[in-house]
Design a protein around this ligand. Sequence first.
Ligand code: DMJ
Length: 425
Amino acid sequence: SSCISGNIQGATIVDALDTLYIMEMKEEFKEAKEWVEKNLDFNVNAEISVFEVNIRFVGGLLSAYYLSGEEIFRKKAVELGEKLLPAFNTPTGIPWALLNIKSGIGRNWPWASGGSSILAEFGTLHLEFIHLSHLSGNPVFAEKVMNIRKVLNRLDKPEGLYPNYLNPSSGQWGQHHVSIGGLGDSFYEYLLKAWLMSDKTDEEGKKMYYDAVQAIETHLIRKSSGGLTYIAEWKGGLLEHKMGHLTCFAGGMFALGADGAPNDKTGHHIELGAEIARTCHESYDRTSMKLGPEAFRFDGGVEAIATRQNEKYYILRPEVIETYMYMWRLTHDPKYRQWGWEAVEALEKHCRVDGGYSGIRDVYNSQESHDDVQQSFFLSETLKYLYLLFSEDDLLPFEHWVFNTEAHPLPVLHKDDRNKEENQK
Ligand code: DMJ
């Protein structure tokens, strides 16, 4: 039919490159590199998600380049970055969610509030695009993401919060829904990490991050009667007492940002991270499989339990293990390794299938029903964060590396090196 459109092939291979490298699986890395050389093709008639392609493909290629120094990965990353640029052709420069990479025509998800772009999508390009400019010598990538910040900073924010929806034509917010999970999550992560990746020179990113966390604490973070701290969702001023599995990444984010927290709040941010880690561990521990549900609630007499059938699945997501890894590195409390090991055992017991690992339809059912999908982020994130949790701190140390939202490590752009490069020009 006329609407046949393909996809970029190879997500699992590209997402797994850096994990193979870090785990010293040299033969497999070489095979994957050969696949990239021969088969990774962006000249396809495909309508892609700008966000997903950026975090998995651009991020994966950038990390593979920085770790291995192999030119092919740099070349492919920049080539793909150029393919994404037409997404920014909107009245405000806030990019479209979807882009046909052959025609360059963009549009938004039909379900998104009044034609809006999504905060967690256009807000999760920054790290990769700064590196694309750095590696290509072409400032256009950095200009595109700096303009997104400019648009955001011109807008009034309800209660200091960032709604998940922003219309790229009018430059106005859509529905006033706020989430630290799906549709919002990695926007906040990238504010903090942009500052860290800039060797703490990006003061704008720093301010936006700590201001946002302040508003999140005031309006979204609550404690259950059983003493579990959780992050709720905000809908036009009303709280929905639900926390997504995706939201569990925030424990690690708060801990990672603790060091730079203003007003003597370092200890407080570490504590917040520890409390979110504990709550998310409870969401795992209160299932029969010891793997957490997609979303859990704190209402109607339950705490940290999924109540709706369509929220009981687990698709090999990394966020809880990611938070254990950050908490381990930043506190060395052995409980985080214990909790990580519980997850390893549960994955082996319930998700291992012939040829790989599978998601689970209902983690409260002791009989597993597999969904027969191995998400590419299982290799890029879940296994990488587990590996790092049980490695020494000098493997990808936080002083030199930040992880993109798909767990692809990107080097900190140190002030000294940048000065040297400037002087060489
Ligand atoms: C990944 O693609 C990324 O971690 C993203 O930020 C959220 N969703 C998946 C993992 O759950």
